[in-house]
Write a protein that binds this ligand. Structure first.
Ligand code: F6P
Length: 553
């Protein structure tokens, strides 16, 4: 694989796409034929993916696939899967896919069988989780653990919390998790409130074990624990029983005072936002159990295999990634909505924000050359139907193009029935009717004549007309199981990869978060009253800190 990044705008396919975009007149009302729907409905594992309501035709699709060929997306995919150091700016391999290779598979990187390493840690994490779940692992006073508190931020928080919420029906009774991420002391304050220290286990999750928020919160929790436990409890014994860690930096874990026997490692070839299926998922393993966690990993792996082996035209992550490129670079979209029709997925958009935006919010290619085309999409969303009563107005009738992914499951987690006028109404069916209605409304809209035919007075016709041709992808699966969740997450990981590969950027570094961290460290003394440091600041920062000092009470 060549290390020089291709400027995608220099390819023949890019020029062809620009030409096609110039004259493209979408008309889903006429183009959405049964043959088109059949052709555009793809299957990946348990996921049924309907791409038919996107604003493309066969010619655009073939040009998108040609673009993928010209920039060698699949070559880069193979390089990633083989453990090449495609994270160029950090000189690292990118091997989150190795986290879900089955035991017995083999992948050697720098002379080391990474699959064996992965399974060794997994087995330890599974054994530890079983001890907590069974009550064999107790707090220092001998009481069974009832609450697990994960302390972590970014990738060390968003994946575990998202999956914990999504897999709520699979959790063990009597054992719950809380998540502390924000350095806002409210987060620790609220999360610790009402907890019994004797039955609480803390997991300090940090890839680097150097993140200010996480270490601060870990110290706050340690102090809280030692203060709240019965007087006379041995502090070292308490920390040993109530604190475990997940990190790549086991030396720093030891410095913090956590016994490395109770630490679970991972590797620098796992990016933070790609780590929920490593030991970073320990809180989830405890909550849902090793067997369910293994199903989650199998789901990830099934999607990896699909991405690795499916022919380009049937390859769901490839096709969805290329659609996003089309919308971003040729049709002028800036954002991308993800709309799960599942309350259990209420943290999925937040999870995807880190995955996609920390990965693809880059302005230079992986060889350092600047891009002169848009990269990254602003991902956002909320579960349906809540979003319908909040921001769907803009998607339906606003002036912006917002491609949207709709996600739904045939079977409900909670099958509830409502009784209306003596009739039994399956509430999940009512819910799904909304899911089907929204993509239909977005695609077909409502013409002025249709509005008039409803008897609407002429002055109101424009406001009540829907332009239609608003693109959506519908993703369905039978039920939100651990395996299906793994497939969904891996699908978006690979979509993100495809976009980054087309744009020629390094989707696996995150230098853009460093400056803010550095300045926060520098400003700390000014905030606490160091007038010398304050005087060195720009006038706006001085004025804001001044406001704080005046009002801090
Ligand atoms: O926000 C930057 C970042 O490095 C993320 O990429 C990462 O997920 C998060 O901070 C937390 O990092 P760590 O797991 O090392 O504490």
């Amino acid at each position: 694989m060549s290390t020089g990044a291709v400027d995608p705008t220099t390819t023949a396919a890019w020029s062809r796409l620009a030409r096609l975009a110039g004259s493209f007149q979408p008309d889903l009302r006429s183009s959405l034929t049964p043959d088109w729907v059949e052709e555009q409905t793809l299957v990946a594992g348990d996921l049924h993916v309907d791409l038919s309501k996107n604003l493309v035709d066969a010619e655009v699709e073939s040009a998108l696939l040609a673009l993928a060929d010209e920039v060698d997306v699949l070559g880069r995919r193979d390089a990633m899967l083989a453990g090449e150091r495609i994270n160029v700016t950090e000189d690292r391999a990118v091997l989150h896919t190795a986290l879900r290779l089955p035991a017995g598979a083999s992948l050697t990187v720098d002379g080391q069988d990474v699959v064996a390493d992965v399974h060794e840690v997994l087995e330890r994490a599974y054994a530890f989780a079983e001890r907590v779940r069974s009550g064999e692992w107790t707090g220092v006073t001998g009481r069974r653990i009832e609450t697990v508190v994960n302390i972590g931020i970014g990738g060390s928080d968003l994946g575990p919390v998202m999956a914990y919420e999504a897999l709520e029906p699979y959790r063990q009774d009597g054992l719950s998790c809380r998540f502390i991420s924000n350095i806002d002391p409210t987060d620790a304050g609220q999360s610790l409130s009402g907890l019994d220290p004797e039955t609480t286990l803390f997991i300090v999750s940090s890839k680097t074990f150097g993140t200010l928020e996480t270490l601060t919160n870990a110290r706050l929790c340690r102090a809280w624990l030692l203060e709240q436990l019965p007087a006379g409890t041995d502090a070292d014994a308490a920390v040993a029983q109530h604190f475990v860690a997940v990190s790549t930096a086991l030396d720093k874990v030891a410095d913090f005072g956590i016994d490395t026997d109770n630490a679970f490692g991972f590797w620098d070839w796992v990016g933070g936002r790609y780590s929920m299926d490593s030991a970073i998922g320990l809180s989830l393993v405890i909550a849902i159990g090793p067997e369910r966690f293994a199903e989650l990993l199998a789901g990830f792996h099934a999607m990896d295999e699909h991405f690795r082996t499916a022919p380009a035209a049937a390859n769901v992550p490839l096709r969805m990634g290329l659609l996003n490129v089309w919308y971003t670079n040729f049709l002028g979209a800036h954002t991308h909505a993800v709309l799960p029709y599942s309350q259990l997925l209420h943290r999925f958009p937040a999870y995807l924000q880190q995955l996609t935006m920390e990965s693809n919010g880059k302005g230079v290619r992986w060889d350092g050359t600047p891009v002169d085309y848009d990269t990254g999409e602003v991902f956002w969303g909320e579960p349906g139907t809540n979003g319908q009563h909040a921001f769907y107005q803009l998607i339906h009738q606003g002036t912006r193009l917002v491609p949207a992914d709709f996600i739904a499951f045939a079977r409900p987690a909670y099958p509830l029935v409502d009784e209306v006028d003596g009739r039994q109404v399956d509430v999940h069916e009512l819910f799904l009717a909304n899911f089907f209605a929204q993509t239909k409304a977005l695609a077909f809209g409502k013409t002025a004549d249709e509005v008039r035919a409803e008897g609407v007075e002429e002055a109101l016709v424009p406001a009540r007309t829907f332009p239609g041709n608003r693109p959506t992808t519908s993703i369905m699966a039978p039920l939100l199981t651990p395996g299906v969740l793994g497939q969904l997450v891996a699908l978006y990981e690979h979509i993100t990869f495809v976009e980054g590969a087309v744009w020629g950027i390094d989707s696996f570094d995150q230098w853009g978060v460093e400056l803010g961290k550095q300045l926060a460290q520098e400003l700390g003394p000014a905030v606490s009253g160091d007038t010398g440091v304050l005087a060195e600041q720009d006038p706006s920062t001085q004025s804001l800190i001044g406001y704080y000092q005046e009002h801090r009470g």
